[in-house]
Write a protein that binds this ligand. Structure first.
Ligand SMILES: *[C@@H]1O[C@H](CO)[C@@H](O)[C@H](O)[C@H]1NC(C)=O
Ligand SMILES: *[C@@H]1O[C@H](CO)[C@@H](O)[C@H](O)[C@H]1NC(C)=O
Ligand SMILES: *[C@@H]1O[C@H](CO)[C@@H](O)[C@H](O)[C@H]1NC(C)=O
Length: 270
């Protein structure tokens, strides 16, 4: 969440004719569940939040230049550009991107806060897909506190629950839709992280802003979560308009060798 390491990804993308307008997906009115297939004639791309009549819910945020970025007041900024264009005589349109690996909806690997884990190779390619995929509980946490041991205890999450997505005040405040990074987001305090590690079976911790750890306990809470290398942190989830309850979660990081973070696509299936 806070490393300055950057990764450059190069790949081909079939683009629309607009060269990445920052308006991509910023229109909140496009969150409607009803979608009609666009005909080949009208050429209007469909952007969805849910698929299959509501059965599949996309809980990942769109990547665009105005999205919040760690400790930036100007958002992510220009990260995607057309390196080759058909307009300029290339055989195809080809885009390139450059962005911090802890951007938007993303995952943290143990090497994020432990140098010896980083050096030993505990990168995002080593994360367990069995933890990142399976039954998950979406819970609302009290809106007036960060996630302390007391809060964790009060949630009464049963033993055996391995994956929990914590929805907080961050969702109500729509922080992931605000360009300016906000240090007052809600996250785990060190004692909350410790309580979770000691008293629950939770191995996938999901949260709705750029860090699972509150800014005030940034490193200590990350250290508690990642030291055992069995807990996976998914940050920047889009949990708006989802009923609390049990779903099947599916999260897939990129296989970035040597990276301690990766953008991740996460969906819930009812
Ligand atoms: C991208 O490719 C299409 C053809 O698929 C072409 O019409 C369009 O002009 C290209 N866009 C740019 C920005 O070059
Ligand atoms: C296409 O080429 C023109 C002229 O060299 C240049 O000004 C323009 O920036 C190029 N466009 C892209 C998208 O590379
Ligand atoms: C959570 O902690 C942050 C500091 O990390 C603080 O600014 C914020 O007010 C706290 N939120 C609540 C709801 O107590």
């Amino acid at each position: 969440t806070f490393a300055v390491a950057h990764a450059v990804f190069r790949f081909a993308v079939a683009t629309s004719d607009a060269a990445y307008p920052s308006a991509y997906g910023l229109d909140q009115s496009c969150t409607a569940a009803t979608v009609s297939a666009s005909s080949a004639d009208d050429l209007v791309p469909v952007r969805r939040e849910v698929y299959g009549g509501g059965r599949i819910i996309d809980i990942s945020h769109r990547y665009h230049s105005e999205m919040p970025s760690w400790e930036s007041s100007d958002g992510l900024g220009h990260f995607l550009w057309l390196a080759k264009t058909m307009k300029n005589g290339s055989l195809a349109n080809n885009s390139e991107m450059k962005l911090p690996t802890h951007t938007g909806t993303h995952v943290d690997a143990p090497g994020h806060v432990f140098d010896h884990y980083f050096d030993a190779g505990f990168d995002v390619d080593t994360l367990d897909l069995d933890v990142l995929n399976g039954p998950a509980l979406l819970v609302d946490v009290p809106r007036d506190k960060n996630i302390t041991a007391e809060v964790m205890k009060s949630l009464n999450i049963p033993k055996g629950v391995r994956r929990v997505l914590f929805r907080t005040l961050n969702t109500d405040r729509r922080l992931m839709y605000k360009k300016e990074f906000d240090t007052s987001y809600v996250g785990f305090m060190k004692d909350g992280a410790q309580w979770l590690a000691d008293n629950t079976d939770i191995k996938l911790v999901g949260i709705d802003y750029l860090s699972v750890a509150a800014f005030a306990d940034l490193i200590p809470a990350h250290l508690v979560f990642l030291q055992g290398r069995d807990i996976i942190l998914v940050e920047g989830l889009k949990l708006d308009d989802v009923q609390p309850g049990i779903y099947s979660v599916h999260c897939l990081p990129l296989r970035l060798v040597g990276a301690e973070g990766s953008p991740i696509r996460c969906i819930l299936i009812k």
